[in-house]
Design a protein around this ligand. Structure first.
Ligand SMILES: Cc1ncc(COP(=O)(O)O)c(C=O)c1O
Length: 374
């Protein structure tokens, strides 16, 4: 069976883990700080704050932006459900907007239509690793005085107009779930250029404590913490961070390999007229965290049928990105979002991962070709 995704983990991660265990310092210690520093430098951001997941990173980013009950946050519905859940958990209301079908990302021209006097923030997701049109989104947000929080769960290493995602200055949240570009098992990261916001986020993730364990440990004098605000336990452990540090070293080769596989898929599938392949605008560098194909109207097979036939041949796939507003738990938010619904219903994700062999890539291509008699 060819899996849809597989993390690239090995001896380096095992060795790093055993060093953390031997050190006896397994959470909020030197490895978390080192991972944050490497991450901030890589993304070109001033500060990086590690969390337990992207979902908690999004939640903390909303809270630190003073978003809460009575506020509205504009989000795409074509995203993993965590994007909207984080807004609900902050007490605010998610307002769904449709996507640009070319990129499957939030359509900047839909944002203005959705703004009300309650709107406080816009939360674009860089879907499947492809950066959203940030110049246009930032311009609308600036014009209306809105906060921008980027859901970059999938977009580590992708670039928008020559700048890595996370380096733009907005609060930007990443995921290290095993389906993502690098993994720590579970984990997340927030980037920001504001030292004040970074400080607030560090306190918020650590029960609102005024002092980090590492700073107290390094200090030569007795230090007593205070709790001036109510916080959370969103702390990443040093066990996770040690894996993350090793994964960051592998990131360039991971992205290079994924792009190579994506280009092989592109070349094969662009010949099949009833399929659409991802469109990458020229000003974007795509990490190909996911690779999707869309079954067009003249396709003889629907997406579920294609997935079932591939599964029978030993190729695992996943449905395309979900339409959050179609799930029962968001039934009260029933927007009409035709592009989102079309893409959610007619796309599937194909296997793409670092250790995928050429034979496996060819097997997937042959499997798709056979289905569409190409
Ligand atoms: C766009 C998007 N946002 C948020 C998340 C949540 O990430 P995590 O599992 O790290 O909380 C995911 C994960 O699949 C995602 O794809």
């Amino acid at each position: 069976m060819i899996p849809v995704a597989k993390p690239y983990l090995g001896e380096d991660e095992k060795n790093a883990l055993s060093k953390v265990i031997d050190s006896g310092w397994v959470t909020q210690g030197p490895k978390v700080r080192e991972f944050e520093e490497i991450f901030a430098e890589y993304t070109g951001s001033g500060y990086a704050i590690a969390t337990t997941s992207c979902t908690t990173a999004l939640h903390a980013s909303l809270l630190v932006s003073s978003i809460g009950p009575g506020d509205e946050v504009i989000v795409p519905s074509l995203s993993f459900i965590a994007t909207a859940n984080a807004v609900l958990h902050s007490g605010a209301t998610p307002v769904f907007v449709d996507i640009d079908p070319e990129t499957c990302n939030m359509a900047p021209w839909k944002i203005e239509e959705a703004i009300t006097e309650k709107t406080k923030a816009v939360m674009p997701a860089h879907q499947m690793g492809l950066p959203a049109e940030m110049d246009e989104i930032n311009a609308v947000a600036q014009g209306q005085g809105l906060t921008v929080i980027e859901d970059a769960a999938c977009a580590l290493g992708s670039e928008y107009r020559g700048k890595r995602v996370g380096g733009e200055g907005n609060l930007t949240c990443f995921s290290f779930h095993p389906r993502k570009i690098i993994t720590t098992g579970e984990g997340g990261m927030i980037t920001t250029n504001s030292s004040e916001i970074a400080g607030k986020l560090r306190r918020l993730r650590h029960h609102g404590m005024s002092l980090s364990d590492l700073d107290r440990h390094k200090s030569g004098k007795v230090m007593i913490e205070t709790y001036d605000e109510t916080g959370y336990n969103y702390r990443m452990s040093d066990v996770h961070a040690a894996i993350g540090i090793e994964q960051m070293k592998k990131l360039p080769e991971i992205i290079e390999k994924r792009r190579k596989i994506a280009f092989q898929y592109n070349e094969a599938f662009q010949k099949i007229k009833c399929l659409r392949i991802p469109n990458v605008p020229p000003h974007i560098f795509h990490n190909y965290q996911s690779y999707w194909i869309e079954m067009l109207d003249d396709s003889p097979l629907g997406s579920i049928e294609v997935m079932q036939r591939l599964l029978e041949k030993g190729v695992s796939t996943r449905r395309g990105i979900m339409a959050i507003h179609k799930e029962a738990c968001y039934s009260g938010y029933n927007n009409h979002l035709p592009e989102t619904e079309r893409i959610a219903n007619h796309t599937i994700l194909l296997p793409i991962f670092f250790s995928m062999t050429n034979d496996e890539v060819q097997y997937v291509i042959d499997g798709i070709n056979a289905l569409f008699s190409y």
